[in-house]
Design a protein around this ligand. Structure first.
Ligand code: GTR
Length: 400
């Protein structure tokens, strides 16, 4: 009895503690501070780029560097060797509809190695090579169950196969366990020098690094169309999908679902989760320099619209959920809006209106796509249906 009373009190205090933290955050539009976003097109030398060549040669590398140095850390690209082993295969999985490949990707550098376990389904009844979705899985490993005993809306493999897409996933823990004391036990073992650098790679960077190693594998798989690979992530995985697409231009399309702070929402609105909070809850996600911006959003040399700009001209789809104010739906929409400047350099006109669309209303036929679904922080069948429509549209397939 005593133990259960104690457990009850403990539960109440943990629950209210959490509510309290969220309460300290601002959810009132009227209290959003006045802010000026850094001009994505203006170089550090004070020149405004006016065409895509200038963007690609002068400004884009600068912006990428600012994100590396101040937020996500460097993304090392060198390694000694990489090995792909087909650890399990079933050419007739999903009642013959899909070809399952479980691929062990091992990357070696300076006598150390990291292992990435890739689960991949390829549609049998579709033209090959097939376009693909790659999920950075930040939930349970069972979400991408190769045996299909567990089926989940989070990674709806059957639906993707039905729509003619290959669908793949790897788990974040292979690259960096999501724990401030353990995150270095993965990709960072190959790059220990990153740990002592203030602009060194941390967990989100390691997850993005892993996505690029899967992309290395896709170059070698004749069943995958390497020109049509979409990278997908939810929440912390959505922060990593943005960073992976910004860094690795082989990703032809990016999906960032409810990615919020240091994902697709603007930091300067100081709405919902702020930099101090994310850095204290998750000190292992971003680099050391990012901690300098705790309570000092206005001093950042970038804001998240510029991260989206790095993905241009490739299509980008962002989502929110109406009950997930922590991730600031309006601030996400505004980040997309402010990235239009870069897409315009490629003469790609977005279909985003001046104001966020109504809940559940989707913007698909646009290089910058968006929806705010009715519901909580999650990635659902509704989200995936629209990811498939967005990929159909941009990969020039006919929508079903
Ligand atoms: C929250 C965190 C968010 C988001 C989320 C998730 O606790 O504050 O930034 O990443 O976790 O990954 O589900």
């Amino acid at each position: 009895m005593r133990a259960s009373v104690f457990a009850f009190i403990f539960f109440i205090s943990v629950a209210s503690g959490k509510a309290q933290d969220h309460k300290e955050s601002n959810y009132d539009e009227a209290k959003v501070p006045q802010y000026t976003l850094p001009d994505v097109l203006r170089t550090q030398a004070g020149k405004t780029v006016t065409n895509k060549n200038q963007w690609e040669k002068a400004r884009r590398p600068e912006v990428l560097r600012l994100f590396e140095d101040n937020i996500y850390g460097q993304l090392p690209t060198d390694y000694d060797s990489i090995r792909y082993t087909l650890s399990h295969e079933n050419a007739k999985s999903m009642n013959g509809k899909a070809h399952l490949k479980e691929v062990l990707i091992e990357v070696f550098r300076h006598g150390k190695s990291v292992k990435i376990n890739l689960v991949l389904f390829i549609p049998n009844n579709a033209l090959k090579p097939a376009p693909a979705f790659l999920l950075i899985n930040n939930r349970g490993k069972d979400q991408s169950d190769p045996s299909r005993t567990v089926k989940s809306e989070f990674w709806p493999a059957e639906e993707a196969i039905e729509a003619g897409y290959a669908i793949a996933a790897f788990h974040v823990s292979d690259l960096a366990p999501d724990d401030p004391k353990l995150f270095m036990n993965g990709a960072l073992q190959l790059y220990p020098e990153q740990l002592s650098a203030d602009n060194g790679m941390r967990a989100i960077g390691a997850w993005a690094w892993g996505a690029s190693r899967v992309m290395d594998y896709f170059q070698k798989d004749p069943l995958i169309d390497k020109e049509r690979v979409a990278i997908v992530g939810h929440s912390r995985g959505g922060k990593a999908s943005l960073w992976a697409a910004a860094q690795d231009e082989r990703f032809a399309l990016c999906i960032t679902n409810c990615s919020g702070s240091t994902g697709a929402k603007l930091a300067r609105r100081e709405f919902g989760e702020r930099i101090r909070r994310i850095n204290s809850s998750f000190p292992h996600w971003f680099n050391t320099n990012y901690k300098k911006f705790n309570d000092k959003e206005s001093l950042l040399p970038v804001d998240q619209h510029m991260l989206i700009g790095l993905i241009a001209p490739r299509p980008l789809y962002a989502t929110n959920a109406t009950e997930d104010l922590w991730a600031d739906p309006k601030g996400t929409f505004l980040a997309l809006k402010n990235a239009e400047d870069v897409y315009n350099l490629y003469r790609l006109k977005s279909a985003l209106g001046p104001e966020p669309p109504a809940p559940n209303s989707v913007i698909i036929q646009s290089p910058l796509g968006y929806h705010n679904s009715i519901g909580i922080h999650n990635m659902t069948a509704f989200d995936w249906n629209n990811f498939i429509k967005f990929a159909d549209y941009h990969f020039k397939k006919k929508s079903k």
